[in-house]
Design a protein around this ligand. Structure first.
Ligand code: UTP
Length: 277
């Protein structure tokens, strides 16, 4: 049913300067892999075979990472990735100006055509697979569905927020949405996973700049909701790492590093010693 996925990865990543002067934040390593590889693997294990990555300035390394790589020695990490890449078609397009997430998504219109599609932010990791759950909700309701998480209310003004009616365990029908509201009326924050229909482009194409002078995807979805369209929100239960800032990137490396077969044991021993000091 969902055959296409879109990964916006064109943001400038200013919170990571100077690292992002010459390389994309999506290529930051989390244990063995760059962040965006986790995203591609989530798409692949959801059964989707066509991916469009929206890139921009200083993002060439992303395209190179998903190119073929020949080495003479066996390397499980490279072999695993090659296996996935043999079964995927990955396309790239450049966002011309960094005018916001909503503007980046507009570049996917020709790729998406009239199909529903998965949208995954290239700097977010969700374990276990969040997209697969969203796909099953989409199958049931045939309407857009986005993933959310509960956050402390005092942090809500830094996020996209939804207000909605709780229709069953972990599922809301959205009644309103706000991008970084000054006075948030809810602590349900949008995380970087969506299933959308091509109708979203009608709303994006109409949109004026919103918060921060950027074209906001949240505003397009809000207008859909206010027009009476059904949009659902799923309260994701797994671990989500938003690698958009340094603290979270370090936390992701520690948490996933501790769980890792190759480096986890040594890290745990070291961390225990370190915490004693
Ligand atoms: P962020 O809010 O994290 O912004 O974007 P950013 O520009 O990437 O990073 P900072 O704030 O400067 O540190 C959320 C998502 O939207 C994409 C980003 O790549 C990220 O996946 N995005 C944002 C675009 O693709 N284009 C844009 O113009 C802005």
């Amino acid at each position: 049913m969902i055959r296409k996925a879109v990964i916006p990865a064109a943001g400038l990543g200013t919170r990571f300067l100077p690292i992002t002067k010459a390389q994309p934040k999506e290529m930051l390593p989390v244990v063995h892999k760059p962040v965006i590889q986790y995203v591609v693997e989530e798409i692949y294990s959801s059964g989707i075979k066509e991916i469009l990555v929206i890139t921009g300035k200083q993002k060439r390394a992303i395209e190179d990472h998903f190119d073929r790589y020949e080495i003479n020695k066996e390397n499980n990490y490279v072999d695993e990735l090659e296996e996935i890449l043999n079964n995927l078609d990955i396309f790239f397009i450049r966002q011309k100006e960094q005018k916001g997430l909503g503007d980046a998504v507009k570049y996917a219109e020709a790729f998406v055509e009239d199909d529903p599609f998965a949208l995954l932010l290239g700097d977010n990791i969700t374990i276990p697979n969040c997209t697969r759950i969203l796909m099953s909700i989409f199958e049931e309701f045939r309407a857009p569905v986005i993933a959310i998480e509960e956050i402390p209310i005092e942090k809500a003004r830094y996020h996209g927020i939804i207000k909605g009616e709780n229709i069953r365990d972990n599922l809301y029908r959205i009644e309103d949405m706000f991008e970084k509201p000054e006075e948030p009326g809810s602590n349900l924050a949008i995380i970087g996973r969506y299933i959308l229909t091509s109708e979203v482009f009608d709303y994006l194409n109409e949109l004026k700049e919103g918060y921060g002078g950027e074209i906001q995807l949240t505003d397009a979805l809000k207008n859909m909701v206010l027009d009476g369209k059904e949009v659902y929100a799923y309260l994701y239960q797994g671990s989500r790492f938003d690698i958009g800032n340094k603290q979270n990137w370090l936390k992701a490396n520690i948490e996933l590093g501790l769980e890792d077969d190759e480096v986890g044991k040594e890290m745990k021993e070291w961390l225990e010693e370190f915490m004693k000091l």
